[in-house]
Design a protein around this ligand. Structure first.
Ligand code: PLP
Length: 365
């Protein structure tokens, strides 16, 4: 047994305090409303179409490194050229690639509170994450503060999510255009929830060569388990990203599944519309519960708080069979986030929340 070797001493000191991503307490039987996933599995006819295609497929070969067919389909879907599209292993991978290609040794300005992986990926890429707090109250982007940050020479990439996770609000493209025109570096608009609401920034790409629009198949298209995301940007931005991308980043099956989604878009659009309707019904019902503050949302989740400590509400809901996301950090003290589920799941959540608040929350079995 060697004693002169220590992984922790050898590892990068700048990441010493980085906490690995952990699953957030899901166990079988719990209604899962914690990760902004789509509550509906693939429609049967899309699965049948996908499996019919799989029959003629050989998985002994590496996947197409550029996901050429999917890239072409996506280009048609968003009205871009294939060389303006890059497919990733979830949009998560593209976030890391953006920082590896453009931000290492510099800074990344992030409109916060937001998706926590932005800060993590910045650090992994050896960049400094700089938080630019959103306005208190409506969580709108503080455009003047963001512009002054994005003008600084160290800031290589500026990030905002629209609609934003976990606040649910979107940013008008006019504000993004102002930011992109003023920024020295890239401006990344993350539209992972874009199909659920807000106006897309894709049309801004024509005038802004430093803009990147990031999209995901995980939320609106229910493909979180197969990891497909993509971005749309100018070809020279994509060309830089190709230098840091893993060659075979998106597996063959996932490429086929994403193409199957695009062949059956109307089915997915119906589901998206249903989730949007259900979101409004859930929000109205939550707003009627005494003491609950629930924010407007253009995504597939709702941010809320109650008079009880958030940890207590979280645990009370878990004891009643529902898992939501606890956000009790410094950014959003006392807040929680619930994903819009199927109608029956939302009913169980509402009943559980009413009970937790009425019980105050007493020890439930
Ligand atoms: C704003 C935002 N961007 C990106 C992602 C990552 O999505 P993907 O599953 O495509 O990696 C998430 C996931 O929750 C998110 O909330």
């Amino acid at each position: 047994m060697r004693e002169d070797f220590s992984a922790s001493l050898l590892a990068r000191p700048d990441l010493a305090d980085l906490v690995p991503y952990e699953p957030h307490g899901w166990e079988p039987g719990l209604i899962k409303l914690d990760a902004n996933e789509n509550p509906y599995d693939f429609p049967a006819e899309v699965l049948a179409d996908l499996f019919a295609g799989v029959k003629g497929q050989t998985f002994n070969r590496y996947p197409d490194p550029l996901a050429g067919e999917l890239r072409a389909d996506l280009a048609r879907y968003v009205g871009a050229r294939p060389e303006e599209v890059l497919v990733g292993n979830g949009s998560d991978e593209l976030i890391l690639n953006l920082f590896l290609a453009f931000a290492t040794g510099g800074s990344v300005a992030i409109a916060t509170p937001t998706f926590s992986m932005y800060g993590v990926h910045a650090r992994i890429a050896g960049a400094v994450p700089v938080a630019v707090p959103r306005r208190a109250g409506d969580f709108g982007v503080d455009t003047p503060a963001h512009i002054s940050c994005a003008r600084s020479p160290q800031v290589r990439v500026t990030v905002l999510c629209s609609p934003n996770n976990p606040t649910g609000n979107s940013t008008p493209p006019e504000e993004v255009a102002e930011l992109a025109a003023a920024a020295r570096g890239l401006v990344v608009v993350d539209e992972a929830y874009g199909e659920f609401g807000g106006r897309s920034c894709l049309p801004l790409l024509a005038d802004h060569p430093n803009l990147v629009v990031l999209k995901s198949f995980s939320k609106s298209f229910g493909l979180a388990g197969l990891r497909v995301g993509y971005l749309v940007a100018w070809p020279d931005v994509v060309a830089q990203l190709l230098k840091v991308k893993q060659p075979f980043n998106v597996n063959s099956f996932s490429q086929m599944a994403a193409r199957a989604v695009l062949r059956h878009l109307p089915l997915f659009c119906e589901r998206i519309a249903a989730i949007r309707r259900e979101r409004e019904a859930l929000r109205a019902a939550m707003a009627e519960i005494p003491g609950v503050t629930v924010y407007p949302s253009e995504a597939n989740f709702l941010l809320f708080r109650t008079p009880l400590p958030a940890e207590q509400v979280h645990q009370g809901l878990v004891r009643r069979g529902v898992l939501v996301r606890l956000l009790d950090g410094p950014d959003l003290p006392g807040h929680l986030r619930v994903t819009v589920g199927r109608p029956e799941e939302n009913r169980v959540f509402l009943a559980a929340l009413r009970e937790v608040l009425a019980a105050g929350d007493g020890p439930a079995q």
